[in-house]
Design a protein around this ligand. Structure first.
Ligand SMILES: [Zn+2]
Length: 492
């Protein structure tokens, strides 16, 4: 008898094709679609998105997933693929169409009102709609909750980071939070005396040259990807030979594009270096958000803001932006890459304070989903935490709790990924250093060697759940000590 998985492949191929098509449409809309055609292209996008969603309800597909799951338990990649597929099927079986519609509308309306509220700095018009989205998220959390998950939030968290719990995240975030709050004023004090050269404006054409040179430098394969511009930068693992990037140029501050390119390029280096068997078993792209952020943030911060790599970046700035970089002392250039200051906006935060922005969001969303607080309480709690942790007065909700899109459409449980990425990254750095003369390699700019290490020791296992993955890559469970040591060494 034929194995069920062989029969299932026709559905998996179809899903893969639809995913590629949707990604192409989305990339086009974000970067190049003419204004008057955006409506038409968006219609195409929702048409094929519905086709993809409908497959989850196809009885033949469901039957084959259930049978394959029993047959393929010994193949870790297929086990992962089928386990996730099965969880989605089981969840959808519990939900009637009416409830599903009600949730979708709650999220859509809340997201729509968030846009208006943020634009006008008017939280009051948003809160009643957000309340409904939060209630929907609580219902989903209860329905998805598995034995062993102590709280509702555990259930949402494990949607993004399977197997992780509040207890585990608390055990790494709490010591990190206390360390950052205590040390932050000292870093600021130390930087008062440091040399910070002037930041000059550079036009988009010069910065674009720099973008391509940076991508080549970090070993991104330009024959299997491309770079365009969009309002919000992103990267997408569209298909096996197609991992695309976007950026957004700030004429006033060249650092913004430089780090965007290294960050998004870092994401794509992971996408471009998955082994063949991940494609054969359809698990390409099943790395969790925290794993993906580990790699992008490793390239952006651990490599991109390092002393060893700074001369390479400075040389490219001199070549593409202007001669003035030649006269700039290396120390001043390095300081510009590592300027620490309190900032109200998460996306503009420096490497030192970034995790505090995430921890504030984590602490609030956890209490909100678990029912310890309600949406009406959030603005005041937000402002108090920004004062207590970062010493900042929040002047308005637009720059306060309304700044991020995540909460408006019910993406609760996603924020921790960003800070977990920092913690995993420093832990992996420790492992790389055991295997390679890492600092030498960075000084020589031999980025292919770094890419090769990641491909063999890390990307090859990134379909695993985070707990299993970090153990495989570093030989131990998640440990915040490495990130704290890294910050200590770098900033003191
Ligand atoms: Zn990212």
């Amino acid at each position: 008898m034929a194995k069920a998985f062989d029969e299932l492949k026709k559905f998996l191929d179809e899903k893969r094709d639809l995913h590629y098509l949707l990604s192409i449409l989305n990339y086009d809309i974000q970067t190049s679609t003419p204004e008057k055609s955006i409506g038409r292209e968006s219609e195409l996008l929702s048409k094929y998105a519905s086709e993809l969603a409908a497959m989850e309800k196809n009885p033949e597909y469901i039957r084959l997933v259930k049978r394959s799951y029993e047959e393929e338990k010994d193949n870790p990649r297929r086990e992962k693929l089928l386990r996730v597929a099965l969880e989605n099927i089981e969840f959808m079986e519990k939900v009637d169409l009416e409830t599903y519609e009600r949730w979708n509308q709650a999220f859509q309306k809340s997201n729509e009102m968030w846009r208006i509220a943020k634009k006008n700095d008017d939280a009051a018009i948003y809160l009643p709609y957000w309340k409904k989205a939060v209630e929907a998220s609580r219902e989903i959390a209860e329905l998805r909750r598995k034995p062993g998950q102590k709280t509702r939030y555990d259930s949402l968290l494990s949607q993004y980071e399977p197997g992780e719990t509040e207890e585990l995240v608390d055990s790494v975030f709490n010591p990190l939070r206390d360390y950052l709050i205590e040390k932050f004023p000292f870093v600021m004090k130390k930087q008062e005396k440091a040399l910070f050269p002037e930041i000059k404006a550079y036009d988009v054409n010069h910065q674009r040259e720099l973008s391509y040179d940076l991508l080549k430098l970090i070993s991104y394969d330009l024959d299997r990807g491309c770079l365009r511009e969009s309002m919000h930068p992103f990267s997408d693992n569209m298909s096996k030979d197609d991992a695309r990037i976007t950026t957004d140029y700030s004429v006033e501050d060249w650092r913004s594009n430089l780090f965007t390119i290294i960050h998004e390029g870092g994401h794509c280096i992971e996408f471009q270096n998955w082994p063949e068997e991940q494609y054969a078993d359809y698990v390409e792209g099943s790395a969790t958000a925290a794993l993906c952020e580990t790699h992008s943030r490793f390239y952006e911060n651990i490599i991109g803001r390092s002393k060893e790599f700074a001369p390479h970046l400075k040389a490219l700035c001199e070549k593409d932006l202007g001669e003035e970089f030649k006269d700039m002392p290396l120390e001043g250039f390095y300081n510009l890459l590592n300027q620490v200051r309190p900032n109200l906006i998460r996306c503009d935060a420096d490497e030192f304070t970034y995790s505090l922005h995430i921890i504030i969001r984590y602490e609030i969303e956890k209490d909100l989903i678990n029912g310890k607080i309600e949406v009406e309480d959030v603005p005041a709690i937000w402002n108090k935490k920004y004062k207590d942790y970062l010493g900042l007065d929040v002047p308005n909700d637009r720059e306060g709790f309304l700044q991020d899109v995540h909460w408006s459409d019910g993406s609760f449980g996603y924020f921790p990924s960003y800070a977990l990425g920092n913690i995993y990254g420093a832990q992996i750095l420790n492992s790389i250093k055991k295997d390679l003369p890492y600092e030498e390699i960075l000084k020589n700019g031999d980025m292919a060697a770094i890419r090769k290490w990641f491909a063999e020791h890390d990307f090859a296992y990134d379909y695993l759940d985070p707990v299993a993955w970090i153990n495989k890559v570093t030989g131990e469970g998640m440990n915040p000590k490495y990130f704290i040591d890294y910050l200590e060494k770098k900033f003191f």
